[in-house]
Design a protein around this ligand. Structure first.
Ligand SMILES: [Zn+2]
Length: 275
């Protein structure tokens, strides 16, 4: 089993050479990049530096998390433009898939906004899904369209398990070309008020990427695996049964790189024993 890490541990800092040096020192040669404000924006200048740094540290970009500008609900008129640009960058970097959330399909005229003006596109989509079939159609059409754009650029798009509706992800991507569209199984999201192991079994056949982290089953805490309530044996068995063949990619936000590399052996053993 191959392991990778998202660069999420460094989200609060501007992405730099030292981050890749640390990642390499901890044995990772494969990462998921994240386009996040103040961390990495994907500008031409940054990309020139990034390619040099990746070469120097012998690191591959396997996947990329879509720009957070596409997830905040503040730029819904530019979602398509942002995602197309993300997909072109991913292809340029030699990556395989772009991770997206169904929040990108929020209707700008039907957004949940709190008293401080903060927008909740994910919850808005979840509410719209309960109201009627329009949102389901919007997601299916949108995923099919992004998958087609991704396919033309030799990459894929991966819809991530969310805090609600994860059991419907296969339905959400049912109109998209399966060669360019799948699911990113985020173990922590799948465990919030739900059962990650059960979802891994359900979604396994369409999983093309992973985000591994743990929590108490109530909140999305992004803790290292085995420090929360997830049945890891069940999760890995579900992914393996579905034929998943990609890396196990950590997406922790707490602790250090040392806290996750020590888990590689334990996860590898569970993977090998899974049936
Ligand atoms: Zn995730």
């Amino acid at each position: 089993m191959k392991f990778a890490t998202c660069m999420t541990l460094f989200l609060k800092e501007r992405l730099c050479d030292d981050h890749f040096r640390q990642v390499r020192e901890h044995g990772f040669d494969t990462v998921e990049l994240c386009i996040y404000p103040g961390h990495f924006h994907g500008t031409d200048e940054e990309v020139v530096w990034l390619k040099k740094s990746l070469r120097e540290h012998e690191i591959n970009v396997h996947s990329m998390h879509c720009s957070f500008d596409a997830l905040t609900g503040e730029h819904l008129d530019k979602t398509e433009q942002i995602l197309h640009s993300n997909l072109r960058l991913l292809a340029d970097l030699g990556g395989r898939y772009l991770v997206v959330h169904y929040a990108i399909f929020a209707d700008p005229d039907d957004l949940i906004v709190d008293e401080k003006g903060k927008r909740y596109p994910g919850f808005s989509v979840a509410r719209a899904l309960k109201r009627g079939p329009e949102m389901l159609e919007r997601i299916k059409e949108g995923m099919a369209s992004y998958a087609e754009y991704a396919r033309r650029h030799g990459v894929a798009v991966a819809l991530e398990t969310d805090l609600q509706n994860s059991e419907r992800l296969i339905e959400f991507i049912s109109d998209a070309d399966p060669s360019a569209c799948g699911i990113c199984f985020d173990s922590g999201h799948a465990q919030v008020n739900s059962d990650a192991a059960q979802l891994a079994r359900l979604l396994g056949p369409r999983v093309i990427g992973t985000h591994l982290h743990d929590n108490d089953g109530k909140e999305d805490q992004h803790k290292p695996p085995f420090s929360g309530t997830i049945d890891w044996q069940g999760v890995l068995a579900g992914l393996k049964a579905g034929g998943y063949a990609g890396p196990l990619t950590y997406e922790t936000l707490t602790g250090s790189l040392s806290d996750i590399t020590v888990l590689n052996d334990r996860l590898s053993r569970l993977w090998e024993d899974a049936c």
